[in-house]
Design a protein around this ligand. Structure first.
Ligand code: SF4
Length: 594
């Protein structure tokens, strides 16, 4: 992170300089650390500019000009999501910032950083990547400006965009540059997007799909939904085609996603020499680091296809699992870390129990275009055997120095229901008293738009989990997570949600107000009013007042929400739920003075 650190390693210049909106934490849960260590393993000299002050050009010039390229990312998350609440209010905290305080990360950080680099080094090659670039690779609905924006590629003026998990694409980019090509000349690498001219478009040899242009999607919601459908049906690396989207006189060319890494390849990445600590220049606690410090990533990807989730869009639907040995080796290493008290906080990934779950028929997988392997029902070709996960967990908890191994990643309960043994072990060994599960809603129509399993599946799982906890002599609870105001969820459905919570005696402490993350199916429903896959209309309550009513219903029991709940119930003609009695959600308003 400094010239001095480079010189101490005998480097008088860097080959690649990574610029990130996060603090630098040399831990495999942080994208820049993985990318930096990976590039280093390819023999490159890598510098990092972490959390630069966007107003200070010196922050961008302090490491000089790299011989190959600047690699820019907003950080682990999208900068607009990091900076704002669901109601678009500024956040005061930033989990990836020094001391956890917001303020340093600019809005649309990838674009701001690219601009500063161009100011300092006018023609330096720039590559963008990370979640923000991934989600914004096509023309997309941007909730924060409430408009359809162009692809981030022409707007940032970067030479190349890497989407998804970057290693494979980076290896090809580095090989191309070593062959004397420029970033702009690397047009056909999987997992990347580039700008091409009309003539270059004609020269593309492989099969392509031209989706509605930026100009079309910005003015026509049907075209927007059509583009969204093509994008979402072309996410699976084995079957995806190259997509082209016209922006003015040029095209954004998005090549098919990178192929899944083989186990040996992913093992190599996680065996790189991470120090597992933040850079010493960071003084305050970094909340995201504190949370994942003693956790282990077992796999990447998620085939759930939940429509509101940006992870599937970024990491992809194919599960890429590490070997058992590689995971256990990391657990052993952690036991020697400073401050480790015997508790592994997580062994998981985007979803806890998808370790080693794969498509059982590669020939069908090669042409499969489903957006989920588990929705509307679990595909019969999906291997759902939980034995490999159980084996890893059993061995991990028997490692010397390990007192407990927790599962903090979300459990996919419809899959877990297939394995009573998994639920038994989860309840008996891997929960710290409270298990977080995300049914998200109970209304069947809303769940269908979310691409989530029916609530009965959640109920069944909870029953089994509590039964097994009791058998193990443990008093454990389930903390359910719900989303309010999802597209297609009207107030009537939200009332049913509140009634479900009352029936089950659930008082969710945290409610996630729906945030339309760019490029997710749900964001596309929210904007276009159409479910892109089915073509059916979808209505959404968008104004702040209505969204407050949605949220209040899911926490109907809170005294401060009572007025809103009564208002919501009157709006949908359910005044029968106001008054006294076990079926009622709120009491009549009392005007008596205290
Ligand atoms: S398991 Fe089914 S849905 Fe998933 S990739 Fe294989 S065939 Fe497609």
């Amino acid at each position: 992170m400094t010239i001095e650190e480079g010189l101490a390693r005998g480097w008088d210049q860097f080959d690649v300089i990574l610029v990130t909106g996060d603090c630098y934490v040399d831990h495999p849960s942080f994208g820049v650390a993985v990318v930096g260590r990976y590039l280093e393993s390819l023999g490159l000299r890598v510098g990092v500019i972490a959390s630069p002050d966007p107003e200070n050009l010196d922050d961008f010039t302090k490491l000089g000009r790299p011989t190959l390229f600047f690699g820019v990312t907003a950080g682990n998350l999208d900068s607009m999501i990091m900076r704002h609440t669901a109601l678009k209010k500024p956040r005061s905290d930033d989990a990836y910032a020094d001391g956890g305080k917001a303020g340093r990360r600019p809005a649309r950080a990838s674009m701001v950083y690219c601009n500063r680099i161009r100011q300092a080094f006018s023609n330096a090659p720039v590559l963008i990547g990370g979640l923000e670039a991934s989600l914004r690779r096509f023309a997309h609905y941007d909730y924060w400006s409430d408009k359809v924006r162009r692809s981030i590629l022409p707007d940032s003026k970067a030479d190349l965009l890497i989407y998804g998990m970057a290693e494979q694409a980076l290896a090809s980019v580095v090989a191309g540059l070593r062959d004397g090509k420029t970033l702009k000349e690397l047009k056909d690498i999987r997992g990347t997007a580039v700008m091409v001219s009309k003539d270059e478009r004609k020269e593309i040899a492989e099969k392509t799909v031209t989706i509605p242009s930026f100009e079309e999607v910005v003015s026509n919601k049907n075209k927007y939904a059509k583009a969204s459908k093509s994008i979402h049906l072309n996410q699976y690396p084995h079957s995806a085609l190259t997509l082209l989207q016209k922006h003015g006189g040029r095209y954004v060319r998005v090549n098919p996603p990178s192929l899944p890494l083989a186990t040996e390849e992913i093992d190599k990445i996680y065996s790189l020499p991470f120090t597992r600590n933040p850079h010493p220049s960071h003084k305050g606690p970094i909340p995201a680091f504190e949370m994942i410090r003693f956790s282990v990533t077992a796999m990447r990807g998620c085939f759930g296809g939940c429509s509101f989730c940006a992870l599937t869009v970024h990491q992809g639907r194919a599960i890429q699992s590490r070997s058992e040995d590689s995971i256990l080796e990391e657990v052993s290493q952690i036991t020697h870390s400073d401050g480790f008290k015997g508790y592994i906080s997580d062994i998981g990934g985007p979803t806890a129990n998808m370790y080693r779950l794969v498509c059982g028929e590669p020939a069908v997988e090669a042409v499969c275009r489903r957006t989920s392997c588990v929705y509307p029902i679990t595909c019969k070709r999906l291997v759902t055997d939980h034995t490999p996960q159980l084996s890893v967990l059993r061995k991990a908890r028997s490692i010397k120095g390990v007192k407990k191994v927790f599962i903090a990643s979300g459990v996919r309960y419809d899959l877990a229901n297939n394995s009573p043994e998994y639920i038994r072990e989860l309840a008996s060994h891997h929960v710290s008293g409270q298990l977080k599960v995300a049914p998200e809603h109970c209304d069947p129509d809303t769940l269908a738009l979310m691409r989530k399993p029916p609530i009965e599946s959640y109920d069944r799982f909870i029953e089994s989990f509590l039964r097994e906890s009791k058998k193990a002599g443990l008093e454990q609870y389930v903390i359910p997570y719900f989303i309010s105001g999802h597209p297609g969820c009207g107030l009537t459905a939200e009332v049913e949600m509140a009634r479900y919570l009352k029936r089950k005696n659930l008082k969710p402490r945290q409610i996630q107000d729906f945030i339309p993350a760019p490029m997710t199916l749900a964001a596309d429903m929210y904007y276009s009013g159409i479910d892109p896959i089915s073509g059916r209309p979808v209505e959404t309550d968008k104004d702040g007042g209505a969204r407050r009513l949605h949220r209040a219903l899911l926490q109907y029991y809170k005294p401060e929400n009572q007025d809103h709940v009564r208002q919501a119930l009157r709006r949908v003609g359910r005044t029968d739920l106001i008054g006294n009695g076990p079926e009622k959600l709120v009491k009549e308003k009392s005007y008596r003075r205290k």
